[in-house]
Design a protein around this ligand. Structure first.
Ligand SMILES: NC(=O)c1ccc[n+]([C@@H]2O[C@H](COP(=O)([O-])OP(=O)(O)OC[C@H]3O[C@@H](n4cnc5c(N)ncnc54)[C@H](O)[C@@H]3O)[C@@H](O)[C@H]2O)c1
Length: 270
């Protein structure tokens, strides 16, 4: 194994780890001999994921969590420290869009469900802020740790319809940069905060926008693919290289960045 990119023995937390992207990351990191902690409110998927990782010889733990509840997160932190004694990497994946917070083509901003908008901002922004506060305290004590937030293409340039999600993810990118300065200046250069901005991957949180009820790709999905130089959606495993780089010491001088992993979507105009 390449030492530079090693995550061996690192205690790596994934909020939203039961999901499609988080599950793919958890399986990969365990194969790379990290100690993976899946934090999610979906216990059924999370327990199944961890059982699968263990069956393959990896090390993983599922803890029921809620990224919007500080007490639960603090209980999670206590349990993790009891078992592993440290936290090396936090990947803030819990997030996603909700149907009510989007504006369909036949509606306008004046029809917006503000409560749904607020719930999406809550989940994506405060669901990143709270775990960061709870778990980075441990990293500060260690003088070392890497936080990887999950922003989105919609943060880089607004996409049609997903107004709440785009605003929330733009705030996640801003918070990433803020925290990079906050932690390094006040607590030292061992503490790093970066984000990935994935392009378009078919998962549960965007299925309603990306697929028709019969499962075929929606018109929106075709538009996205047409605007992507690679001419296709992403595959979850295509996030793994960037993830491992940011989690490992290979990125030791990298902080405050938001890395698009998008088949060229963000760079492309006409
Ligand atoms: N799929 C994409 O194309 C895409 C693109 C850019 C960014 N993202 C982001 O990637 C991340 C992972 O999403 P995904 O696509 O794997 O979706 P997913 O729906 O498969 O996974 C999201 C996970 O978050 C968990 N979750 C939701 N609310 C929670 C809470 N309050 N506490 C704890 N866990 C909670 C869910 O149970 C689920 O397991 C999200 O932040 C999403 O916004 C996805």
């Amino acid at each position: 194994m390449n030492e530079l990119f090693s995550v061996e023995d690192k205690v790596i937390l994934l909020t939203g780890g039961s999901g499609v992207l988080g599950g793919c990351m958890a399986r990969h990191l365990a194969k790379e001999r990290a100690r993976v902690v899946v934090l999610d409110r979906n216990a059924e998927l999370g327990e199944a994921l961890v059982a699968g990782i263990k069956a393959d010889g990896g090390e993983a733990l599922f803890l029921l969590s809620d990224v919007l509840d500080r007490e639960t997160l603090e209980r999670n932190r206590h349990d993790i420290l009891q078992i592993y004694g440290r936290i090396d990497v936090l990947v803030n994946l819990a997030g996603g869009n909700q149907a009510g917070a989007t504006i369909p083509p036949d509606k306008t901003i004046f029809d917006l469900d503000v409560d749904a908008f607020r719930r999406v901002v809550d989940l994506n922004l405060f669901g990143t802020v709270l775990p960061t506060m709870v778990f980075s305290e441990v990293m500060v004590g260690q003088k070392k740790g890497s936080i990887i937030n999950i922003s989105s293409e919609s943060a880089l340039r607004p996409l049609t319809r997903v107004v709440g999600y785009g605003c929330a993810k733009a705030a996640v990118s801003n918070f990433t940069q803020y925290m990079a300065g906050e932690l390094a200046v006040k607590f030292g250069e061992g503490l790093r905060v970066n984000a990935m901005a994935p392009g378009f991957f078919l998962t549960e949180q965007n299925r309603a926008l990306m697929s028709n009820p019969d499962g075929t790709p929606s018109a929106r999905c075709h538009t996205i693919v047409a605007h992507t130089p690679f001419g296709r959606l992403g595959r979850p495993e295509e996030l793994l290289g960037t993830l491992q780089w940011l989690a490992s010491d290979a990125s030791a001088f990298v902080t405050g960045t938001v890395i698009p992993v998008d088949g060229g979507f963000d760079a492309f105009s006409i």
